[in-house]
Design a protein around this ligand. Structure first.
Ligand SMILES: Nc1ncnc2c1ncn2[C@@H]1O[C@H](COP(=O)(O)OP(=O)(O)OP(=O)(O)O)[C@@H](O)[C@H]1O
Ligand SMILES: [Mg+2]
Length: 375
Protein backbone atom coordinates (compact mmCIF):
# COMPACT_ATOMS: atom_id res chain seq x y z
CA UNK A 1 0.00 0.00 0.00
CA UNK A 2 1.08 3.55 -0.54
CA UNK A 3 0.22 7.21 -0.35
CA UNK A 4 -0.51 9.21 -3.50
CA UNK A 5 0.66 12.81 -3.77
CA UNK A 6 -0.30 15.29 -6.46
CA UNK A 7 1.58 18.58 -6.50
CA UNK A 8 0.40 21.23 -8.96
CA UNK A 9 -0.82 18.58 -11.39
CA UNK A 10 -2.04 20.03 -14.69
CA UNK A 11 -3.38 18.56 -17.87
CA UNK A 12 -3.53 20.53 -21.07
CA UNK A 13 -4.99 18.78 -24.10
CA UNK A 14 -3.60 19.97 -27.41
CA UNK A 15 -5.41 19.43 -30.65
CA UNK A 16 -6.98 21.28 -33.54
CA UNK A 17 -4.53 24.12 -33.00
CA UNK A 18 -6.10 24.90 -29.63
CA UNK A 19 -5.12 23.98 -26.13
CA UNK A 20 -7.66 23.10 -23.47
CA UNK A 21 -6.90 23.06 -19.76
CA UNK A 22 -8.68 20.02 -18.34
CA UNK A 23 -6.98 19.94 -14.93
CA UNK A 24 -5.68 23.22 -13.62
CA UNK A 25 -3.22 22.62 -10.81
CA UNK A 26 -4.35 20.00 -8.32
CA UNK A 27 -2.67 19.61 -4.93
CA UNK A 28 -3.80 16.53 -3.07
CA UNK A 29 -2.17 14.18 -0.59
CA UNK A 30 -3.95 10.84 -0.24
CA UNK A 31 -2.72 9.07 2.87
CA UNK A 32 -1.68 5.42 2.98
CA UNK A 33 -4.91 3.43 3.36
CA UNK A 34 -7.14 6.45 2.89
CA UNK A 35 -10.35 6.48 0.80
CA UNK A 36 -10.56 9.74 -1.13
CA UNK A 37 -13.43 10.56 -3.50
CA UNK A 38 -13.16 13.05 -6.36
CA UNK A 39 -16.60 14.51 -7.03
CA UNK A 40 -17.86 17.19 -9.36
CA UNK A 41 -20.05 17.82 -12.40
CA UNK A 42 -19.46 16.33 -15.83
CA UNK A 43 -16.32 17.66 -17.50
CA UNK A 44 -14.67 19.02 -14.33
CA UNK A 45 -11.56 16.87 -14.83
CA UNK A 46 -12.14 13.90 -12.52
CA UNK A 47 -11.36 11.13 -15.00
CA UNK A 48 -8.42 13.03 -16.42
CA UNK A 49 -6.94 13.33 -12.92
CA UNK A 50 -7.45 9.65 -12.21
CA UNK A 51 -6.01 8.64 -15.58
CA UNK A 52 -2.89 10.68 -14.89
CA UNK A 53 -2.46 8.82 -11.59
CA UNK A 54 -2.96 5.52 -13.42
CA UNK A 55 -0.43 6.44 -16.08
CA UNK A 56 -2.98 6.32 -18.91
CA UNK A 57 -2.59 10.03 -19.62
CA UNK A 58 0.59 12.10 -19.70
CA UNK A 59 1.05 14.81 -17.08
CA UNK A 60 1.50 18.33 -18.52
CA UNK A 61 2.95 19.89 -15.35
CA UNK A 62 3.43 19.15 -11.67
CA UNK A 63 4.69 16.16 -9.76
CA UNK A 64 2.97 12.84 -9.04
CA UNK A 65 4.30 10.54 -6.33
CA UNK A 66 3.14 7.09 -5.34
CA UNK A 67 4.71 6.44 -1.97
CA UNK A 68 8.04 8.24 -2.05
CA UNK A 69 8.62 7.61 -5.73
CA UNK A 70 8.04 10.24 -8.42
CA UNK A 71 6.13 8.43 -11.16
CA UNK A 72 5.45 11.14 -13.76
CA UNK A 73 7.37 9.19 -16.37
CA UNK A 74 6.82 5.67 -15.06
CA UNK A 75 4.69 3.54 -17.43
CA UNK A 76 1.25 2.48 -16.18
CA UNK A 77 2.21 -1.17 -15.76
CA UNK A 78 5.07 -0.26 -13.41
CA UNK A 79 3.05 1.99 -11.09
CA UNK A 80 1.49 -0.81 -9.07
CA UNK A 81 -2.01 0.64 -9.37
CA UNK A 82 -5.20 -1.06 -10.51
CA UNK A 83 -8.06 0.82 -12.11
CA UNK A 84 -11.72 -0.14 -12.35
CA UNK A 85 -13.61 1.69 -15.09
CA UNK A 86 -17.25 2.53 -15.61
CA UNK A 87 -17.30 0.44 -18.77
CA UNK A 88 -15.44 -2.55 -17.43
CA UNK A 89 -15.17 -4.96 -20.33
CA UNK A 90 -15.03 -8.57 -19.20
CA UNK A 91 -13.79 -11.03 -21.81
CA UNK A 92 -17.03 -12.73 -22.91
CA UNK A 93 -15.41 -16.01 -23.99
CA UNK A 94 -13.61 -16.48 -20.66
CA UNK A 95 -15.01 -17.73 -17.38
CA UNK A 96 -15.05 -15.56 -14.30
CA UNK A 97 -11.96 -17.37 -13.07
CA UNK A 98 -10.13 -16.77 -16.36
CA UNK A 99 -11.17 -13.14 -16.43
CA UNK A 100 -9.75 -12.61 -12.98
CA UNK A 101 -6.60 -14.62 -13.71
CA UNK A 102 -5.84 -12.95 -17.04
CA UNK A 103 -3.54 -10.21 -15.80
CA UNK A 104 -1.66 -12.52 -13.48
CA UNK A 105 -1.02 -14.92 -16.35
CA UNK A 106 0.41 -12.06 -18.39
CA UNK A 107 2.71 -11.38 -15.48
CA UNK A 108 3.72 -15.07 -15.56
CA UNK A 109 2.82 -15.83 -11.96
CA UNK A 110 2.89 -19.50 -10.98
CA UNK A 111 -0.41 -21.31 -11.52
CA UNK A 112 -0.69 -22.12 -7.81
CA UNK A 113 -0.22 -18.45 -6.90
CA UNK A 114 -2.82 -17.39 -9.48
CA UNK A 115 -5.27 -19.93 -8.17
CA UNK A 116 -4.76 -18.80 -4.58
CA UNK A 117 -5.18 -15.13 -5.42
CA UNK A 118 -8.32 -15.60 -7.51
CA UNK A 119 -9.94 -17.75 -4.84
CA UNK A 120 -9.00 -15.30 -2.11
CA UNK A 121 -10.49 -12.36 -4.08
CA UNK A 122 -13.57 -14.41 -4.96
CA UNK A 123 -14.11 -15.11 -1.26
CA UNK A 124 -13.77 -11.44 -0.36
CA UNK A 125 -16.26 -10.50 -3.09
CA UNK A 126 -18.54 -13.48 -2.38
CA UNK A 127 -18.44 -14.72 -5.96
CA UNK A 128 -16.88 -18.16 -5.38
CA UNK A 129 -19.94 -19.99 -6.80
CA UNK A 130 -19.62 -17.98 -10.02
CA UNK A 131 -16.03 -18.81 -10.98
CA UNK A 132 -16.98 -21.23 -13.77
CA UNK A 133 -19.63 -19.03 -15.36
CA UNK A 134 -19.21 -16.73 -18.32
CA UNK A 135 -20.01 -12.98 -18.08
CA UNK A 136 -23.32 -13.27 -19.99
CA UNK A 137 -24.52 -15.68 -17.30
CA UNK A 138 -24.11 -13.00 -14.62
CA UNK A 139 -26.25 -10.11 -13.41
CA UNK A 140 -24.92 -6.56 -13.68
CA UNK A 141 -23.93 -6.49 -10.04
CA UNK A 142 -22.12 -9.82 -10.32
CA UNK A 143 -20.24 -8.62 -13.40
CA UNK A 144 -19.27 -5.52 -11.49
CA UNK A 145 -17.89 -7.67 -8.70
CA UNK A 146 -15.83 -9.65 -11.21
CA UNK A 147 -14.43 -6.36 -12.53
CA UNK A 148 -13.51 -5.46 -8.96
CA UNK A 149 -12.02 -8.93 -8.56
CA UNK A 150 -9.71 -8.37 -11.52
CA UNK A 151 -8.31 -5.33 -9.73
CA UNK A 152 -8.18 -7.08 -6.37
CA UNK A 153 -6.07 -10.06 -7.50
CA UNK A 154 -3.32 -7.74 -8.63
CA UNK A 155 -2.76 -6.63 -5.01
CA UNK A 156 -1.94 -3.11 -6.10
CA UNK A 157 -0.54 -0.37 -3.88
CA UNK A 158 -3.43 1.88 -4.93
CA UNK A 159 -6.94 1.22 -6.25
CA UNK A 160 -8.39 3.70 -8.73
CA UNK A 161 -12.14 3.67 -9.46
CA UNK A 162 -13.76 5.73 -12.20
CA UNK A 163 -17.56 5.74 -11.72
CA UNK A 164 -17.54 1.96 -11.28
CA UNK A 165 -21.20 1.79 -10.27
CA UNK A 166 -22.89 4.16 -12.69
CA UNK A 167 -24.16 1.37 -14.96
CA UNK A 168 -26.10 -0.27 -12.15
CA UNK A 169 -29.65 0.42 -11.05
CA UNK A 170 -30.20 2.45 -7.90
CA UNK A 171 -30.67 -0.49 -5.56
CA UNK A 172 -27.63 -2.41 -6.81
CA UNK A 173 -25.59 0.75 -6.61
CA UNK A 174 -26.33 1.17 -2.93
CA UNK A 175 -25.52 -2.52 -2.38
CA UNK A 176 -22.20 -2.31 -4.28
CA UNK A 177 -21.36 0.90 -2.49
CA UNK A 178 -21.60 -1.03 0.74
CA UNK A 179 -19.41 -3.79 -0.74
CA UNK A 180 -16.72 -1.29 -1.68
CA UNK A 181 -16.83 0.31 1.75
CA UNK A 182 -16.48 -3.15 3.28
CA UNK A 183 -13.58 -3.97 0.95
CA UNK A 184 -11.80 -0.80 1.94
CA UNK A 185 -12.29 -1.61 5.58
CA UNK A 186 -11.11 -5.19 5.12
CA UNK A 187 -8.08 -4.48 2.93
CA UNK A 188 -7.09 -1.14 4.42
CA UNK A 189 -6.05 -0.21 0.89
CA UNK A 190 -5.46 3.25 -0.54
CA UNK A 191 -8.39 4.12 -2.79
CA UNK A 192 -9.06 7.02 -5.09
CA UNK A 193 -12.63 7.02 -6.35
CA UNK A 194 -14.32 9.21 -8.95
CA UNK A 195 -18.05 9.92 -9.06
CA UNK A 196 -20.42 12.72 -10.01
CA UNK A 197 -22.91 11.41 -7.43
CA UNK A 198 -22.61 13.49 -4.30
CA UNK A 199 -24.43 10.89 -2.17
CA UNK A 200 -21.88 8.25 -3.20
CA UNK A 201 -19.06 10.66 -2.34
CA UNK A 202 -20.57 11.51 1.04
CA UNK A 203 -21.05 7.88 2.07
CA UNK A 204 -17.76 6.41 0.81
CA UNK A 205 -15.03 8.97 1.34
CA UNK A 206 -12.82 9.49 4.34
CA UNK A 207 -12.33 12.81 2.59
CA UNK A 208 -13.89 14.22 -0.53
CA UNK A 209 -12.37 16.49 -3.13
CA UNK A 210 -14.96 18.72 -4.80
CA UNK A 211 -13.84 19.77 -8.28
CA UNK A 212 -15.18 22.33 -10.73
CA UNK A 213 -13.68 23.47 -14.04
CA UNK A 214 -10.45 21.57 -13.49
CA UNK A 215 -9.84 23.08 -10.07
CA UNK A 216 -10.19 21.83 -6.53
CA UNK A 217 -12.92 23.70 -4.64
CA UNK A 218 -12.61 22.00 -1.27
CA UNK A 219 -10.94 18.99 0.34
CA UNK A 220 -12.44 17.88 3.64
CA UNK A 221 -14.23 15.00 5.38
CA UNK A 222 -17.79 14.66 4.02
CA UNK A 223 -19.58 16.21 6.97
CA UNK A 224 -17.20 19.16 7.09
CA UNK A 225 -17.95 19.82 3.42
CA UNK A 226 -21.67 19.57 4.16
CA UNK A 227 -21.59 21.78 7.24
CA UNK A 228 -19.13 24.39 6.07
CA UNK A 229 -18.96 24.51 2.27
CA UNK A 230 -16.15 26.85 1.32
CA UNK A 231 -17.95 28.60 -1.52
CA UNK A 232 -21.31 28.77 -3.28
CA UNK A 233 -20.32 26.08 -5.78
CA UNK A 234 -19.69 23.49 -3.07
CA UNK A 235 -22.74 24.71 -1.15
CA UNK A 236 -24.95 24.08 -4.18
CA UNK A 237 -23.31 20.83 -5.28
CA UNK A 238 -23.11 18.83 -2.05
CA UNK A 239 -26.46 18.00 -0.49
CA UNK A 240 -29.78 17.00 -2.02
CA UNK A 241 -32.01 18.91 -2.38
CA UNK A 242 -29.40 21.60 -2.76
CA UNK A 243 -28.77 24.40 -0.30
CA UNK A 244 -30.95 27.43 -1.01
CA UNK A 245 -28.78 30.33 -2.19
CA UNK A 246 -30.52 33.72 -2.04
CA UNK A 247 -29.30 37.07 -3.30
CA UNK A 248 -29.85 40.09 -1.11
CA UNK A 249 -28.16 42.55 1.18
CA UNK A 250 -27.25 42.92 4.81
CA UNK A 251 -29.31 45.21 6.96
CA UNK A 252 -28.07 46.39 10.33
CA UNK A 253 -30.68 47.91 12.59
CA UNK A 254 -30.73 46.83 16.25
CA UNK A 255 -29.74 43.37 15.13
CA UNK A 256 -28.29 42.09 11.83
CA UNK A 257 -30.64 40.85 9.16
CA UNK A 258 -30.81 39.77 5.53
CA UNK A 259 -33.11 41.51 3.07
CA UNK A 260 -33.82 39.50 -0.05
CA UNK A 261 -33.14 41.30 -3.34
CA UNK A 262 -36.24 43.28 -4.35
CA UNK A 263 -37.34 43.43 -0.70
CA UNK A 264 -39.60 40.37 -0.85
CA UNK A 265 -38.73 39.46 2.76
CA UNK A 266 -36.27 40.11 5.55
CA UNK A 267 -34.99 37.52 7.99
CA UNK A 268 -32.97 37.87 11.15
CA UNK A 269 -29.35 36.74 11.46
CA UNK A 270 -27.68 35.59 14.68
CA UNK A 271 -27.05 38.55 16.98
CA UNK A 272 -23.54 37.22 17.57
CA UNK A 273 -22.71 38.09 13.95
CA UNK A 274 -23.37 41.82 14.48
CA UNK A 275 -19.71 42.57 15.11
CA UNK A 276 -18.36 40.47 12.24
CA UNK A 277 -20.82 41.99 9.78
CA UNK A 278 -20.70 45.63 10.96
CA UNK A 279 -18.53 46.81 8.08
CA UNK A 280 -20.68 45.09 5.45
CA UNK A 281 -24.05 46.68 6.28
CA UNK A 282 -25.93 47.62 3.12
CA UNK A 283 -23.64 45.48 0.97
CA UNK A 284 -24.84 42.66 -1.25
CA UNK A 285 -24.48 39.15 0.11
CA UNK A 286 -25.61 35.62 -0.71
CA UNK A 287 -27.45 33.79 2.04
CA UNK A 288 -27.25 30.00 2.07
CA UNK A 289 -29.71 27.85 4.00
CA UNK A 290 -30.25 24.11 3.70
CA UNK A 291 -33.82 22.84 3.21
CA UNK A 292 -33.82 21.21 6.66
CA UNK A 293 -33.25 24.63 8.24
CA UNK A 294 -36.34 26.21 6.69
CA UNK A 295 -39.68 25.69 8.46
CA UNK A 296 -43.10 27.30 8.79
CA UNK A 297 -43.11 29.83 11.64
CA UNK A 298 -46.12 28.26 13.30
CA UNK A 299 -44.09 25.13 13.97
CA UNK A 300 -42.45 26.37 17.15
CA UNK A 301 -43.38 28.52 20.13
CA UNK A 302 -42.27 32.11 19.70
CA UNK A 303 -41.23 31.53 16.09
CA UNK A 304 -39.19 34.08 14.25
CA UNK A 305 -35.77 32.67 15.22
CA UNK A 306 -34.51 36.13 16.11
CA UNK A 307 -36.61 38.38 13.93
CA UNK A 308 -38.42 38.34 10.64
CA UNK A 309 -39.94 35.63 8.55
CA UNK A 310 -40.30 35.04 4.84
CA UNK A 311 -43.84 35.09 3.49
CA UNK A 312 -43.71 32.62 0.60
CA UNK A 313 -46.19 31.08 -1.77
CA UNK A 314 -46.18 27.27 -1.75
CA UNK A 315 -45.65 26.14 -5.38
CA UNK A 316 -45.26 22.39 -5.01
CA UNK A 317 -45.39 19.78 -2.27
CA UNK A 318 -43.63 16.43 -2.66
CA UNK A 319 -44.54 13.83 -0.03
CA UNK A 320 -41.64 11.34 -0.05
CA UNK A 321 -42.79 9.14 2.79
CA UNK A 322 -40.02 9.82 5.29
CA UNK A 323 -40.09 13.56 4.61
CA UNK A 324 -41.98 16.27 2.80
CA UNK A 325 -40.28 18.59 0.33
CA UNK A 326 -41.89 21.97 -0.15
CA UNK A 327 -40.98 24.31 -2.99
CA UNK A 328 -42.01 27.88 -2.29
CA UNK A 329 -41.23 31.30 -3.74
CA UNK A 330 -41.55 35.04 -3.30
CA UNK A 331 -40.34 37.92 -5.47
CA UNK A 332 -38.40 35.60 -7.78
CA UNK A 333 -36.62 33.82 -4.92
CA UNK A 334 -37.16 30.08 -4.82
CA UNK A 335 -36.81 28.18 -1.57
CA UNK A 336 -36.94 24.48 -0.82
CA UNK A 337 -37.89 23.26 2.65
CA UNK A 338 -37.59 19.77 4.07
CA UNK A 339 -40.34 19.14 6.59
CA UNK A 340 -41.80 16.35 8.67
CA UNK A 341 -44.03 14.06 6.58
CA UNK A 342 -47.30 15.03 8.26
CA UNK A 343 -46.97 18.79 7.73
CA UNK A 344 -50.11 20.19 6.13
CA UNK A 345 -49.46 22.84 3.49
CA UNK A 346 -51.72 23.69 0.58
CA UNK A 347 -50.32 24.59 -2.82
CA UNK A 348 -50.97 28.21 -3.76
CA UNK A 349 -51.24 29.31 -0.12
CA UNK A 350 -49.01 32.00 1.38
CA UNK A 351 -47.09 30.59 4.34
CA UNK A 352 -44.61 32.25 6.68
CA UNK A 353 -41.28 30.47 6.88
CA UNK A 354 -38.40 31.09 9.22
CA UNK A 355 -34.75 30.18 8.87
CA UNK A 356 -32.98 28.40 11.71
CA UNK A 357 -30.21 30.89 12.56
CA UNK A 358 -27.88 27.94 13.27
CA UNK A 359 -28.21 26.93 9.62
CA UNK A 360 -27.53 30.27 7.94
CA UNK A 361 -24.40 30.77 5.83
CA UNK A 362 -23.29 33.99 4.17
CA UNK A 363 -21.18 34.16 1.01
CA UNK A 364 -19.51 37.05 -0.80
CA UNK A 365 -21.33 37.57 -4.12
CA UNK A 366 -18.13 38.67 -5.90
CA UNK A 367 -15.68 35.99 -4.82
CA UNK A 368 -18.43 33.40 -4.08
CA UNK A 369 -16.38 32.51 -0.95
CA UNK A 370 -17.79 31.88 2.52
CA UNK A 371 -17.96 34.94 4.77
CA UNK A 372 -19.55 33.58 7.93
CA UNK A 373 -19.60 31.41 9.96
CA UNK A 374 -15.91 30.83 9.40
CA UNK A 375 -14.47 27.30 9.74
N1 LIG B 1 -8.64 13.30 -25.01
C1 LIG B 1 -9.12 14.52 -24.82
N2 LIG B 1 -8.84 15.54 -25.66
C2 LIG B 1 -9.31 16.79 -25.44
N3 LIG B 1 -10.07 17.13 -24.41
C3 LIG B 1 -10.39 16.18 -23.51
C4 LIG B 1 -9.94 14.82 -23.67
N4 LIG B 1 -10.42 14.10 -22.64
C5 LIG B 1 -11.14 14.96 -21.87
N5 LIG B 1 -11.12 16.20 -22.41
C6 LIG B 1 -11.76 17.41 -21.82
O1 LIG B 1 -11.22 17.61 -20.53
C7 LIG B 1 -12.23 18.03 -19.61
C8 LIG B 1 -12.27 17.08 -18.44
O2 LIG B 1 -12.70 15.81 -18.87
P1 LIG B 1 -12.87 14.58 -17.88
O3 LIG B 1 -13.13 13.38 -18.70
O4 LIG B 1 -11.71 14.53 -16.96
O5 LIG B 1 -14.17 15.02 -17.06
P2 LIG B 1 -14.97 14.24 -15.93
O6 LIG B 1 -14.96 15.12 -14.73
O7 LIG B 1 -14.46 12.87 -15.78
O8 LIG B 1 -16.47 14.24 -16.51
P3 LIG B 1 -17.59 13.06 -16.51
O9 LIG B 1 -18.30 13.17 -15.19
O10 LIG B 1 -18.47 13.49 -17.64
O11 LIG B 1 -16.93 11.75 -16.74
C9 LIG B 1 -13.51 18.08 -20.42
O12 LIG B 1 -13.73 19.42 -20.79
C10 LIG B 1 -13.23 17.22 -21.61
O13 LIG B 1 -13.97 17.68 -22.73
MG1 LIG C 1 -15.27 10.95 -16.20
Amino acid sequence: MASVTLVGIRKIYLGGGRSRVAVDGIDLAVGDGEFVVLVGPSGCGKSTTLRMVAGLESISAGELRIGERVVNDVPAKDRNVAMVFQNYALYPHMTVFENMAFNLKLRRLAASEIDARVREAAAVLRIEPLLDRRPRQLSGGEQQRVALGRALVRKPAVFLFDEPLSNLDAKLRVQMRREIARLHHQLGATMLYVTHDQAEAMTLGDRIVVMHDGRVQQIDPPLAVYRLPRNTFVAGFIGSPAMNLLEGELVAEESPGFRAKGGAFTVGLPAAWAHGLATRAGRPVILGIRPEHVRPTSSGPGGGGGGGAARLRVDLVEPLGQELLVYASAGGHEITARLAPGTLLAVGQPVEFEFDPEGVHLFDPDTRERLIPSP
